[in-house]
Design a protein around this ligand. Structure first.
Ligand SMILES: *Cc1c(COP(=O)(O)O)cnc(C)c1O
Length: 485
């Protein structure tokens, strides 16, 4: 399986494309000499089939959703319908310039206004910004909006409360927004402990951020009481909406009395993500926060669409241009293709799939918070300790069986966590095959733990130093490894 780098495939004079012959006189002096390149650019010279094979082979080295099951908990790695890719490649969209006059970008503005309307309807909220580039960016935006709200009342406040099951981006966003983090321990049932919350609440609390369903896949059944307690001290309630795939068409954050919610279009509403791909983290808010939304805001105007006038109280820009437009087109296509009934089915099937997997695996793995989960279930690999095996070993071994690993070691409140989110796009056969692999690995742990500690064996590279592999990229590692094997 030795693969050359594309630079090693290069042979002088080979070409993938040929431009048509010039049909105008050649002019050589259009670019000033001092701006011209002194040395050749050093691009590989290869034919079209060589380029195609190179990248197709590379794409097969990584696990991806078009190749197999990808149960990465919290990340909602659902199949991305290919029609999304067709619509976002429409030349009317790809040819737009970010500074295009609004009269010449009516279709794009209309899409943004309508997508925003769909998101506010789905969530039961009043206003929206599509600008944030990811979930974490949405959190920061939401916090800045809440900060502006409190400051407009002359009381900036100091603290934001999160439960200890929170996603790591929550405390990071709180600090970035200039607040102190107050973390409260979850109750034994894995939910927010209302008594502890009440003790932590005072007039210095600006907001509480919760994920619902939470990172254990459990619905915060006391959310109305939580909202009441938070609002009573004048604080605001924020929902990290990354787990919205459990709620579509079933429950609205607006009805749960949240003031601000961020959504992850790249999770709930398809769009390929992972490996740093483009995301989008729209923020939806209730009426009292609408004046603080970042600008620019597209809006309806007569028969057409335009950018809204400047609002004195807006927090201003939070990114360049208008957000990740390609992701908007994908989410818009996805929502229209699904329709209201279809979206509800998405969540219903996501819930059924997660509960089915939970039932298959619970006789074999520990389940510390054993309640009916919504869209994901969090197991613990603690039961493997007696064989000297860790959750990491299970994750690596799954690759040999052709599956991506679940999310591991998160949430932090579960030892040796294995967070499994199947999503609605997997068949019963896929779930059965995954459960079989998990059970087989448990048997391997018992009978041959050394085998697990060396896994994976079938991937292009085995166990890398994960920090160094990302920070000190060594593109020749694989070639050296195969030549010494
Ligand atoms: C994914 C996720 C985030 C962060 O979203 P990004 O788009 O990765 O920045 C925040 N909270 C939860 C619960 C998540 O699953």
């Amino acid at each position: 399986m030795y693969d050359k780098l594309i630079f090693e495939t290069s042979k002088k004079g080979k070409r993938g494309v040929r431009l048509p012959r010039l049909d105008v006189p050649r002019k050589n002096d259009l670019i000033p000499t001092d701006l011209k390149r002194k040395n050749p650019v050093g691009l590989p010279e290869v034919s079209e089939p060589e380029v195609v094979r190179h990248f197709v082979n590379l794409s097969n080295k990584n696990h991806h959703i078009d190749r197999g099951f990808y149960p990465l908990g919290s990340c909602t790695m659902k199949y991305n319908p290919k029609i999304n890719e067709q619509t976002c490649r429409l030349s009317g969209f790809t040819g737009l310039h970010p500074f295009q006059d609004e009269n010449h970008a009516q279709g794009a503005l209309k899409l943004m206004v309508e997508l925003g309307g769909m998101l506010t309807e789905i969530t039961g909220m009043d206003g929206v910004t599509l600008q944030p580039a990811a979930g974490a960016h949405g959190e920061l935006t939401g916090l800045l909006i809440m900060r502006a709200y409190h400051e407009s009342k002359g009381e900036p406040r100091r603290k934001v409360i999160i439960p200890d099951s929170a996603h790591g981006t929550n405390p990071a966003s709180i600090i970035t927004a200039g607040y102190d983090v107050v973390q409260i321990p979850s109750g034994e049932d894995g939910l927010i402990d209302l008594d502890r919350l009440r003790k932590a609440l005072d007039e210095q609390v600006a907001a509480m951020m919760i994920t619902n369903p939470n990172t254990l896949g459990l619905f915060e059944s006391q959310v109305l009481e939580i909202a009441e307690a938070v609002h009573k001290v004048g604080a605001l309630l924020y929902m990290d909406g990354a787990n919205l795939n459990a709620l579509l068409g079933i429950a609205k954050p607006g009805d749960m009395n949240f003031d601000v919610v961020h959504l992850n279009l790249h999770k709930t509403f398809s769009t390929p993500h992972g490996g740093g791909g483009p995301g989008s983290g729209p923020v939806v808010v209730k009426k009292h926060l609408v004046p603080f939304l970042p600008e620019p805001i597209p809006q309806r105007s007569g028969d057409g669409f335009r950018w809204a006038d400047h609002s004195q109280r807006s927090i201003g820009r939070i990114g360049s241009f208008y957000g990740n437009f390609g992701v908007f087109v994908r989410a818009y296509t996805y929502i229209l293709m699904m329709g209201a009934q279809g979206l509800r089915k998405v969540s219903e099937n996501a819930l059924i799939n997660a509960n089915y997997l939970k039932r298959l695996l619970e006789p074999h793995y520990d389940l510390p918070y054993n309640r009916t989960p919504l869209h994901e279930a969090v197991f613990s690999g603690d039961c493997l300790k007696e064989f000297g095996v860790k959750t990491t070993d299970v994750a690596k071994r799954l690759l040999d069986y052709g599956f991506h690993a679940p999310t591991i070691y998160f949430p932090l409140i579960v030892h040796e966590a294995l967070m499994i989110e199947p999503t609605e796009t997997e068949s019963k056969d896929a779930l059965d095959a995954f459960a079989d692999a998990m059970i087989m690995i448990m048997e391997e742990a018992r009978d041959n733990s050394d085998l697990l500690k060396g896994a994976p064996y079938t991937t292009p590279v085995g166990r890398l130093n994960e920090a160094a592999a990302a920070r000190a990229l060594d593109v020749n590692y694989y070639n050296r490894k195969t030549s010494t094997d």
